[in-house]
Design a binder for this molecule. Structure first.
Ligand code: ANZ
Ligand code: ZN
Length: 816
């Protein structure tokens, strides 16, 4: 048909593309093309693709398709992050196996992706729940274990009572479970950890490589999450205790202002030092605190609580006896789990002091009112007072001086502290990677030998998967009970599974060869493809996936397996697709279904709408955009391409110069806009080119003019980044073989970019004596010289003119 029919084009081209397979990356080491690696955050297979996928993948595809047009050898893979809780919950509900739900959804999404025409190299597809994939999670776990980077310890952990599993700190959002929103509680459990803290300094330092390439917002979030601070470790003696207790402080300058001492109620130390008399009160308090999240405990809004422990500490610099309290605002797993409290200069200490009637002593004169009176601590700059040898010094000088004093006396030293905690990786759920450790009564922890990997999952379904606080794997005795690989004694497998963030911490390396059998990834191929040139995905991963992947990459670097220390050089975080100003949700009933939008307007119009709506980082309010208008534009573009009557290969240089200029200016601008990720403006330029071409066909040089063909071909290639079906059909109608995706990006002819000339009037004594054709952005000096060197003007003047007034670019007025 001669009308633009999106559904017909989809049916026609999708199978043709599967045959042509235009997006397969070349592994030929001799291929001279520069390589580029474009990565989209891989989806979780929860149902079909939604609007958010539609947006993110449309954005990533513009970049990948642009690179392909530019002649790069582009790797643009797809896979599924297919382990995780929702599959398990669905399986419990339907009395089925989580794999069923998972692989059904993967099929659904894969079908949708193909229709959505994302430029994937499908030959590299992977699923993290495949044994051939998670085998390597286990292999990597073992390598981490051997390097002391995977370890098991008891301690307080975040526990989601709804999902009945522990969570990493990164998965607790404002005190709630990242997945289900239930309030997280603290529990004492023995769990597996990855020692990400050993990499804290490098995670921070290497961010230099990411500046300019990553959104500033994400860098800031990571910096805060890692939370490096500088200060001192100071030792306090506690009466009746042999060993001194160390506290970490960022303000050693305020040591003379420490008027009490606080330990975390859930710390070993509190339990140990509390006096017999105070023990009942302490234990009651500790039970209350166990119900709170860290966020609540640290909140400055929260009313301060605490109990006196019935003992005193000795200030190491002035020998002063100060009372020791337990209070929830001190965390057991931060610093050393104990603090010196300086109420005059720390707000939380002040709130506590005022509530419990403890003394407040100013040691830094900041010029502000007395905190004891105002209730406002004064943490700022000032001059030291009441501080012996520090008196008169500035804050910075006093910090230095105090560290010197402490070091000299052997009661302290400079110290750096990080907020980052080790990554808790064990989960008490089924649908994940089994931890490859066997517990032997004699040998202790014994790793499963490499040749016995993968440790696969026992076949459990339905009821057997119900969360019970211990892993469902514990319900499979024939799986759990094994012989110790070392001594042969009766032993038991570890029944926890790994956090699925382990799976996603290295998947981008496996894409280079997803069926590779000699290791987690082909080291040589990763050397050629890595690191990732562009990563597109959601901001919600700012401190989870993105931090963990950076950590993995550094460990792999140390293992000599990758030759780069940062995995993702550049990153775009797409905005959200919202509707009527609000996030889409069932309860609001404002959900928009991607499949329905595509059925109504076609893939191209939906993709174009996503891209045209605004810059990639901005939210898209679906109520404010018009896929119908996108469809209308595409049908206009289609007509332009279909109306061309000149044969392919005509000499463009004989074409209409005005249209040619527009075409080449469009090429120039769109190229620069795409390079700057300003895709929406690039689309606007394509729309303008479409209108100009239409005009040239209807009321200009006509459809046979070579310039019309040049414009239409340019349009087809540019449009292929956002509306691949329409572009492909247009390309075919223009007499070319598919695929337009590999047509090659057009180059702007500099000769055709010269701006239109402006006529400048040159007056001598108020009379027009000459007209000059000049560039619209000519400078005043240039224009002056040009006017004065004109033959007509020189003939009129004898000698230097008295005055020359220049109004670039239109007027030069000469007073002889
Ligand atoms: C005395 C002091 C005086 C402090 C002052 C601050 C201001 P960052 O920057 O986050 O590392 N702190 C230390 N360990 C703690 C724990 N386990 N729980 C809660 N708070 C703890 O913060 C370091 C500061 O946080 C330390 O410096 C300590 O209070 C507190 F005018 O020591 B400061
Ligand atoms: Zn053994």
């Amino acid at each position: 048909s001669d009308q633009y029919d999106p559904q017909a084009l989809q049916e026609k081209w999708q199978p043709r593309w599967e045959e042509i397979d235009p997006f397969r990356a070349s592994e030929d080491p001799e291929d001279p093309r520069e390589r580029r690696y474009m990565l989209d955050m891989f989806p979780y297979p929860s149902g079909d693709l939604h609007m958010g996928h539609g947006e993110a993948f449309a954005i990533g595809d513009v970049i990948a398709r642009y690179w392909i047009q530019r002649g790069y050898n582009v790797l643009h893979p797809i896979g599924w992050d297919s382990f995780g809780l929702p599959a398990e919950n669905a399986a419990i509900k339907r009395n089925a196996h989580p794999a069923e739900w998972t692989y059904n959804n993967i099929d659904t999404q894969a079908t949708s992706f193909r229709r959505y025409a994302v430029s994937f190299d499908w030959s590299r597809r992977l699923h993290t729940s495949d044994p051939e994939y998670f085998k390597w999670n286990q292999w990597l776990f073992k390598r981490f274990y051997e390097r002391g980077l995977a370890y098991r310890r008891g301690g307080l952990v975040n526990w989601c009572p709804q999902d009945q599993t522990v969570l990493a700190n990164e998965q607790v959002i404002s005190g709630r479970c990242e997945r289900c929103g239930a309030e997280v509680v603290r529990r004492e459990l023995t769990q597996w950890y990855f020692k990400i803290t050993e990499y804290a300094d490098r995670l921070l330092e290497d961010m230099k490589q990411l500046e300019g390439g990553w959104p500033e917002r994400v860098l800031t979030m990571q910096r805060n999450w890692i939370g490096r601070s500088e200060g001192a470790d100071v030792q306090f003696r506690i009466e009746g205790r042999e060993e001194p207790v160390t506290v970490y402080t960022t303000r050693p300058d305020t040591l003379y202002g420490a008027t009490f001492f606080v330990v975390a109620p859930d710390s070993q130390l509190a339990e140990e030092i509390v006096s017999d008399e105070q023990r009942p009160a302490f234990e009651a308090y500790r039970a209350e605190v166990a119900k709170l999240s860290d966020i609540e405990r640290l909140s400055t809004e929260k009313e301060k609580t605490g109990v006196f422990l019935g003992v005193h500490a000795i200030n190491p610099v002035n020998g002063e006896r100060i009372p020791v309290w337990a209070a929830d605002y001190v965390l057991s797993d931060y610093g050393h789990g104990a603090i010196m409290a300086v109420p005059a200069h720390d707000q939380r200490d002040l709130d506590f002091a005022l509530k419990f009637g403890l003394p407040v002593r100013v040691v830094v004169d900041t010029g502000l009112p007395d905190p004891a009176q105002s209730g406002e601590a004064t943490p700022g700059e000032g001059t030291l007072v009441n501080s012996g040898p520090l008196n008169g010094l500035s804050k910075a000088e006093a910090i230095r001086k105090m560290i010197e004093i402490l070091t000299e006396r052997g009661v302290g030293k400079a110290a750096v502290n990080y907020r980052l905690r080790d990554w808790l990786v064990s989960r008490q759920r089924y649908w994940g990677t089994p931890i490859p450790i066997i517990h032997c009564p004699d040998c202790g922890e014994v790793p499963v030998p490499d040749e016995d990997l993968p440790v696969t999952l026992p076949d459990l379904r339905g009821e057997a998967l119900l969360p019970k606080g211990v892993s469902p794997l514990a319900n499979a005795p024939e799986w759990v009970n094994v012989a110790c690989p070392k001594c042969g004694a009766d032993a038991k497998r570890d029944t926890d599974t790994m956090d699925t963030f382990v799976d996603s911490s290295w998947y981008f390396l496996r894409y280079v060869d997803p069926h590779y059998e000699d290791g987690p990834f082909d080291v040589e191929k990763v050397r050629r493809w890595g690191p990732i040139d562009m990563y597109v995905g959601g901001i919600e991963h700012a401190v989870l996936h993105l931090l963990y992947s950076r950590f993995f990459t550094k460990v792999l670097y140390d293992m000599g397996m990758v030759n780069f220390t940062e995995p993702f050089l550049r990153q775009i975080n797409q905005g959200q697709v919202i509707n009527q100003g609000k996030a889409m949700s069932k309860s609001l009933g404002n959900g928009v279904d991607l499949g329905e939008q595509i059925d109504a307007y076609g893939v191209d119009a939906v993709r174009l709408t996503m891209i045209f709506a605004g810059p990639p980082e901005d939210d898209i309010d679906w109520a404010d955009v018009s896929p119908a208008a996108s469809q209308k534009f595409l049908s206009r573009a289609f007509r332009v391409m279909a109306d061309v009557t000149s044969p392919p290969g005509v000499d463009f240089s004989t074409g209409d110069i005005e249209l040619r200029k527009i075409t080449h200016r469009t090429i120039d601008e769109v190229t620069r806009l795409i390079e700057a990720y300003r895709f929406n403006v690039a689309v606007a330029r394509m729309m303008e080119l479409t209108s100009a071409t239409r005009k040239a066909i209807d009321s200009g040089p006509g459809p046979a003019d070579p310039a019309v063909r040049e414009a239409a071909e340019t349009l087809a290639i540019m449009l292929s980044l956002v509306a691949p079906y329409c572009a492909e059909e247009g390309w075919e109608r223009l007499g070319h073989a598919p695929s337009v995706a590999r047509a090659g990006w057009p180059t702007a002819d500099p000769a055709l970019l010269v701006q239109e000339a402006v006529t400048c009037v040159v007056q001598v004594a108020g009379k027009v004596r000459d007209r000059l054709e000049v560039s619209p952005d000519i400078s005043e000096a240039e224009l002056r010289d040009l006017a004065l060197s004109s033959k007509k003007i020189r003939d009129l003047l004898d000698g230097e003119p008295r005055r020359v007034v220049v109004r670039a670019p239109k007027l030069v007025n000469i007073v002889p």
